[in-house]
Design a protein around this ligand. Structure first.
Ligand code: ATP
Ligand code: MG
Length: 462
């Protein structure tokens, strides 16, 4: 009786009697628009069904379809094994270690086909904190459903019959805009702490309310994320930042107490008063680009998120007597090293970040051949966009950004004129107060290069 009362107070739903039998929803009830379903997903489910297997669109795609959104990608669940799936398609590849999945390529589209997972993970290898390391036991569809993270992510749609199978009250949660983890939340977070980040991402992205029992353990269990391999945390962070609601996601992370001491990146991003305006502007423009269907480079994004940490260290190195360019290299190294430990920044991303940062003092050189050389830089566009962000945030005078906009648009004659102009405000290579003293061993143009290009290093602001 008391238990029942507490459950009601907490908004805990009565457990469905039997989660092995789904509620079947017809088209008139779920109202999915078949025009939003990728023809390739229809082709893949059809091929599998023709071969005698069960096959459904599953997960985020069904959730998005039910919300009337066009899914960005389609996952398919089937009772065919990965080998059986592979045999049915010309371009299909088995990938993954922790969970084997098949990538089926149809034209430009990649569809992820997964075999129904078994419910019992008791035999699965786990780490000392209970995190499941590897699990490829296959099972029944209802077992697959119980293994999924949220009720709204555990529905199956058959494009042929247009039926939706709902095992955990997902449809009701879609209607009430509730994000609810399936099963006992503590246990589910322990098995896979990445789910903590997923809750935050989905809540911020969809505007759904996190069910109280799903939310309650988040802060307490946050440290478990430290045991997850850095590459997986990075993937999830990237999804979060590229969700089109990055700003909202980071605010939600802070609200759930998931940022502090968890990832050095988040500590820096969410707790640096100096860079707040810059980071807000960067995330806002990222969100706008994603919402407009444009691409965003992870290198640019991370370079923005960490810029003010670089600026701080850059100043500190200069105050200690380092010249601006070597000081910038040292600052970049420090910041990147601190991040790679927990957040596996891929090499390509880290090198893009260095390029973008290293270009900044080069924009200050508005004489001779320097600006022309910079025009040839393969990542000029990213560096220039970054410069504009710095202007917009008030870090540097907007005159510099305006000058570069004009320079990039001008013809040769116009460029010569711009070069002949005397800049209104002399640019500073770094927000340093003290002019650095040349020190032995590290001087101008050491070229120990952020970009690897020695041509201009050591020139900025000297
Ligand atoms: P998105 O729109 O971001 O792709 P999604 O729900 O499709 O959202 P995916 O990461 O593509 O997210 O995962 C596909 C599906 O696989 C999910 O909907 C969910 O059913 C299941 N899933 C993914 N990650 C987990 C996890 N960590 N634990 C349990 N189930 C998961
Ligand atoms: Mg998906």
């Amino acid at each position: 009786m008391i238990k029942k009362f507490i459950r009601r107070m907490l908004g805990v739903k009565q457990k469905p009697v039997d989660t092995s039998v789904p509620v079947t929803l017809a088209a008139a009830e779920h109202k999915i628009d078949p025009a939003l379903v990728s023809p390739n997903a229809v082709r893949v489910t059809h091929t599998l069904q023709q071969a005698g297997f069960k096959a459904f669109v599953v997960g985020g795609a069904v959730r998005d379809l039910l919300l009337g959104h066009k899914p960005k990608d389609f996952d398919i669940a089937t009772n065919a094994t990965p080998e059986q799936v592979k045999r049915l398609f010309r371009r299909a590849f088995i990938i993954g270690k922790r969970f084997q999945i098949v990538h089926v390529m149809m034209g430009q589209e990649q569809l992820e086909v997964t075999t129904f997972r078994g419910a019992s993970q008791e035999a699965a290898p786990k780490d000392e904190h209970g995190r499941v390391l590897r699990d490829n036991t296959f099972g029944e569809q209802h077992e697959d459903a119980i293994r999924r993270d949220f009720t709204i992510n555990a529905m199956y749609y058959d494009p042929a019959s247009e039926l939706v199978l709902d095992y955990h009250g997902g449809m009701a949660d879609i209607r009430s805009k509730t994000l609810r983890i399936i099963g006992v939340p503590e246990a589910r977070y322990r098995e896979d702490p990445v789910r903590l980040l997923r809750v935050v991402r989905f809540a911020a992205k969809s505007g759904f309310t996190i069910a109280p029992e799903t939310r309650a353990p988040i802060q307490i269990m946050a440290p478990l994320i430290n045991n997850v391999p850095a590459a997986r945390v990075f993937d999830e962070m990237l999804k979060l930042l590229m969700s089109g609601r990055a700003l909202a996601c980071l605010q939600q992370l802070r609200k759930e107490g998931l940022h502090h001491g968890l990832l050095p990146l988040l500590d820096v991003v969410l707790e640096q008063p100096l860079g707040e305006k810059f980071v807000t502007l960067a995330l806002d423009s990222t969100d706008q680009r994603i919402q407009a269907g444009k691409t965003v480079s992870p290198g640019f994004l991370f370079a923005s998120l960490l810029w003010h940490q670089v600026v701080e260290k850059w100043s500190a190195y200069q105050a200690a007597g380092e010249y601006p360019i070597p000081a910038l290299h040292l600052a970049a190294d420090d910041v990147l090293n601190a991040q790679t430990d927990k957040l596996a920044l891929q090499r390509k991303i880290a090198s893009d970040m260095r390029d973008i940062w290293a270009m900044q003092p080069r924009f200050e050189r508005r004489i001779g051949k320097s600006p022309y050389k910079l025009l040839e830089h393969p990542r000029l566009r990213a560096g220039y966009d970054f410069l504009l962000l710095r202007c917009a945030s008030g870090e540097i005078d907007s005159e510099l950004g305006e000058w570069w906009t004009a320079f990039m648009e001008a013809d040769t004659e116009g460029r010569d004129e711009l070069l002949a102009q005397k800049p209104k405000a002399a640019g500073e290579a770094a927000p340093t107060k003290k002019r650095a003293r040349r020190r032995s061993g590290r001087g101008k143009g050491t070229g120990d290069g952020i970009t690897g290009s020695t041509a201009d290093s050591g020139t900025g602001g000297e």
